[in-house]
Design a protein around this ligand. Sequence first.
Ligand code: DQQ
Length: 541
Amino acid sequence: MSEKQPYRTSYHFQPQQNWMNVDPNGPMYHKGVYHFFYQYNPYAATFGEKMVWAHSVSYDLINWIHLNHALEPTEPYDINSCISGSVTILPGEVPAIFYTGIDDKKHQVQNLAFPKNLSDPFLREWEKHPQNPVLTPPAGVEVDNFRDPSTAWKGEDGKWRVVIGAHHGDEGKVILFQSEDFINWTLYPIPKPFFAIDNTGVECPDFFPVSINSTNGVDTSVQNPGVRHVLKISHQEKQLEYYFIGKYDSDHENFIPDVKFTGTSLDLCLDYGNFYASKSFFDYAKSRRILWGWVKENETSQDDIKKGWAGLQSIPRQIWLDKSGKQLVQWPIEEVEKLRGTQISIKGEKLLSGSTLEVSGITASQEKVLFELPELERAEWLDASEVDPQLLCSQEYASRSGIIGPFGLLALASEDLTEQTAVFFRIYRAPNRYVCLMCSDQSRSSLRKDLDQTTYATIFDIDPNLKTISLKSLIDHSIIENFGERGRACITSRVYPSLAIDKDAHLYVFNNGVQSVVITELNAWSMKQAELGHEENVGSS
Ligand code: DQQ
């Protein structure tokens, strides 16, 4: 690994070296220990032909102990890679890994593995099941596009169900299999797939219930009038995590989304930035559902090889159904707060039009700010029923004045502001509603011009009586995870500043709207380093 590592993070999960693809695989809580498996190429900082399931354990989801690989390509049915999958906890607290193997004919098949020794608290060794592969590609599915089994759930009839991503021609689909014993699986005989979508492959489907009236999560098998169901797909073409809230009828294996996919900005994404192949799990310890996602590099493969590693994981996020029932809400898990050090607070400071205020005295790592808004009627008019938020953000960048906004943060900024990642809001009046445009502008994130300069964006409705709007940002050397309006809109970016590194990375709050906004409350903390190390270095107790 090269010596200068300005882009390695302080508190995000990352491998010590090489490539984390980094689909999260089979996160789970088991008898007091959190387990995290992930796609990993042990041989290089690039995608490989022999991907393994790497394995780490934690007591708090923030500090991690790296263990030996849980699964390696050793058998004819996975000799060309052990790719993504999930864990299901079976009765008797027995975790089962369901994963995709690429076999000796380069077909994608589904396999099972179980812990070798259930009394080992870290479940270090895993045994592949003698009946593998337990599923091969069915008719109507391309042999190399049948992958990523979800966590399974049990229906009221006692049978297990699992969904798997598939692809045939232009159609991406999610197909469902059932099993009485978790070993023998059959395709559920319905004339149409569980879910289908045009012009893309579907990867890493996730299917889970959410409570209607609580931020608490529920086990994946729960089905009752108190829950709704969520289907999440990784859209291979757009590299985005789309989700659908709907009604699930297990008698007919029918999932009816409340709203259909439109291919426009109306579709809901877990994150509108760099966040892919996500997976959730139910945390029995704290009765919450937790979501992880892979945050890719934006540098070139040559850069990855030079720095000797690639790929990050998002901070685990608690996820629940918004009170409106129309969308999910996400928030970084509370455990990340254990790393908070020096705190800076600003209260009641008015940001006049064109002003910038430095938040100094911290290493600018974690930040939560609440802005008080002016009267919304003053907002400018957005005369479009459907807009492309990304286009709008790239036209209405942070420095161009609007009426209410842009206002927000300039993160990982150089002192002279030639480098900055602007994360900002701008409020509009639209027909019969008010909307908020949220942007994360990478066009000035680095002096290097060979990097991705995408401006990530989303637009969402706001309550006409909204008085304040919040932004929480987890800033960590080369990653900025943003949670807008109390977790209703998330945008993650990877940035590679050349000046704004370590103590030269500044943080500012700004307002370029004509109307003033008030910082009701801003709290920012320097963050301590999370502990991530191999078992022999950090001890196993
Ligand atoms: N990456 C995995 C696949 C998955 C894709 C291979 C998503 O199983 O479909 O590492 O990033």
